[in-house]
Design a protein around this ligand. Sequence first.
Ligand code: ZN
Length: 472
Amino acid sequence: MKTLLAKNAEILVTMDAERRELKNAGIYVEDGVIKQVGPMSELPQTADSVIDLAGQIVLPGFVNCHHHLNQTLTRNLPAAQNNNLFPWLRAHYRIWARTTPEASRLSVLIGLGELALTGCTTVFDHSYIFKSGNSVDCLIDAAKEIGVRFHCSRGSMLLGESKGGLPPDDCVEDEAFILKDTQRAIETYHDASHGAMTRIVVAPCSPFSVTPSLLKESAALARQYGVGLHTHLCETFDEERYTLNNFNMRPVEWMETVDWLGNEVWFAHAIHVDDDEVRAFAQCGCGAAHCPSSNMRLGSGIAPIKKYMEAGVKVGLGVDGSASNDSSNMMLEVRTAFLLARLKMGLLPPEGPSKYMNLSQSHPKRAHEWMTAREALELATLGGAKVLGRDDIGSIEPGKCADFFSMNLHTIDFAGALHDPVAAVVFCAPQKAHYTVINGRVVVDQGNISTVDMGPVIEQHNRCSFNLANEA
Ligand code: ZN
């Protein structure tokens, strides 16, 4: 049995049922599972590994519900800096289709490395282009190499340009092969057990790159094996026009006709929804992966996150990208979600009479509409765990996976903000993790990735990135 003691945390945010925040506390772990959480006086005094969290805040590991790790190779391409989703996708499809297995491995190490350094311990990667020898196998191998909990899709694109879809014909695959390879991925890698480090998700790319038949077959396959089901939805008005023109239905209504509303489903973005669609998500248990940086970067819109929360819709955060972000920084995403929810509230007209009588009445009564720092942290932890269908991650409490991270509080970045250290990590500029522990293993040790030598990986990744772009 392997044990770990994380000791002396200045403050520890549990996200347990009482949302306890403990002072001078620690965590005791056996074989990757949390056994005890509490004041140092109540914990074992030593273990096989000991990390000292003095002066640090500890939070449950973040859960990233939507990402495309291969896009770390195509961040900030000059040809795709100033366009919205459809032209942005067209500028990238063929480059992504040339990603080799080795380039994929490097992109996973870079993306997961950046995520781990920003407190993220579980990642869903929405991979959907499998050309040039690429496969889920190399993605999963790389995730194991760095040690991040990994949900991986065997995603797909089927509908090429000549058949009315958005991607070029040479970037799409055959329906029978997609379904066969997805089934192989599930049977080979999906682990449904408590504490699983690898799970498979069925994830056709988007309404405008697949067919109704593939959507139906994908939903049936996911339900047959009890795995998650995911796609992009309601991301842009262009997409809405696409389903209205082709199927005479709004995107959510159309997805219902292909069996896509259900508890195992979550949609990336979910921006352009009306109140009935919000209620439909709440009723059927569909989740939303909110990706604020990407939505701002591509000018897509602002998802109604507070409305989802009030309606009881499951909401998690995703960094998306990385070519539409252009980072994999989960702490930044928490802060951006927090600020964007406030901006959305501010864009609404004031409540009450149009003319107020005096300045004391000038402030709209909207306390419930403010996204709080703790709510933003909850979206990134418990919220993400629910979206991915997991009850073994998202909080620091006995029986849960030992996934957590720490940040130094006594730095220039937080100076003057320690009246409320928990809120400070959201209100102040995003900081890096000092320690990140995943499944009881220290993956970030005093600010550095400890499982992979990242220096050479960064150099090779940059070379791959230049080569891919120059072959265009
Ligand atoms: Zn995406």
